[in-house]
Design a protein around this ligand. Structure first.
Ligand code: AHM
Ligand code: MG
Length: 337
């Protein structure tokens, strides 16, 4: 018997009581929006969705047409349901409060509407990442500061990867479940429950072209992996880098591995490339829920108190023992660094 996302959420709500009906509605609406985005992605050149939009986002990155389409799909799907107070996105400078003509709910939705934008035009996997928080004070007008909550406060998080299959991956704090889009039925079907990442791995993911810019602990870690059987690790390592965080994290949730997008010397004032609130936090929670670990080198990512909506962070996540090793290398070199 196949279990749809709706049924899964209803059963979770009934048996464990940790998905209030408003949150269930929110997650179903996000999933529906992801179906729409998946459809647009699939059409590619036929839908006229490839190429640049000729604009830049708040972080100065060139926006692709699909970045904007995906952002609009998520906003339009979510603003009228009454479950949200506001949304925030990689593609919007500030928050998008639910317009006055609709009822306001207590949830806050954050997303990277289309992660891995550089892969859109070359037909490589991309995805949507999302994180759900609750507004601390339901009685006040929603403000950007309401979003500035640590990752430990997330009530749901997930991503949808648009690859050979479209797969939605979700946590509400009780393990990780995966749903595959059945295009004939038009619904997400549960295909894996209680996802677990092996604690050890022989596969790492990092953009090696930045090697000369890395800090010493990251260099040491990757150097040792590269030395393989003859080096201190005593085993050979494989390397993968899709350049879509969703696809790299999906591989790690499926077969283990470690992903690093560390701070580097190119822009020393920036904590890293990836954004804390709608990339690192949801992915870190999923990874932890699957038994892995996520750190910025000195602290657990989920414990970081955000100061800005679009704040960046150094990311090291995946198989627990490997992440712990990289953190240890940071501690060992900390005084000199
Ligand atoms: P994006 O949100 O603008 O697509 O940027 C984030 C992406 C991640 O998905 C990926 O891990 C990284 O950027 C790839 O960076 P690089 O181009 O340095 O390989
Ligand atoms: Mg992104």
């Amino acid at each position: 018997m196949s279990v749809s996302l709706t049924r899964y959420l209803v059963e979770q709500q009934r048996s464990k009581g940790h998905i209030p009906s408003e949150l269930r509605l929110l997650l179903e609406v996000v999933a529906r929006a992801c179906k729409g985005i998946s459809h647009a992605v699939n059409k590619g050149a036929l839908g006229g969705v490839l190429g640049s939009a000729g604009s830049a986002n708040v972080q100065g990155e060139v926006q692709k047409k699909l970045d904007i389409i995906a952002n609009d799909v998520l906003i339009e799907a979510n603003e009228w349901g009454g479950h949200l107070a506001a949304m925030a996105s990689e593609e919007m400078d500030t928050i998008h409060a639910v317009p006055n003509r609709y009822p306001q709910g207590e949830y806050l939705l954050l997303f990277d509407p289309l992660d891995g934008s550089s892969n859109i035009d070359v037909n490589v996997s991309i995805g949507t990442i999302f994180s759900v928080l609750k507004k601390a004070d339901a009685s006040t007008m929603v403000r950007e500061s309401d979003f500035l909550q640590a990752g430990t406060r997330q009530v749901a998080a997930g991503y949808c990867v648009y690859g050979p299959q479209t797969t939605l991956v979700l946590t509400v704090g009780d393990g990780v479940a995966m749903f595959t889009l059945d295009r004939e039925q038009g619904s997400f079907v549960l295909t894996q429950e209680d996802v677990k990442i092996p604690e050890d791995t022989q596969e790492f993911a990092i953009n090696m072209s930045n090697m000369r810019h890395w800090a010493a602990p990251v260099r040491r870690y990757v150097d040792e992996c590269l030395q393989g059987k003859e080096g201190p690790r005593g085993k050979d390592f494989n390397m993968r880098w899709v350049a879509s965080m969703v696809a790299d994290v999906h591989r790690i949730l499926t077969r283990g591995g470690i992903f690093l997008y560390p701070w580097d010397k190119r822009e020393p004032g920036k904590a890293g490339k990836l954004r804390l609130m709608y990339e690192a936090n949801p992915m870190s929670w999923l990874i932890e829920q699957a038994g892995g670990a996520a750190s910025n080198g000195s602290a657990r990512i989920l414990d970081l108190e955000p100061a800005q909506l679009h704040q960046r962070v150094s990311v090291i996540l995946g198989s627990r023992h490997e992440v712990e090793r990289v953190v240890r290398y940071h501690q060992e070199t900390a005084p000199a660094a």
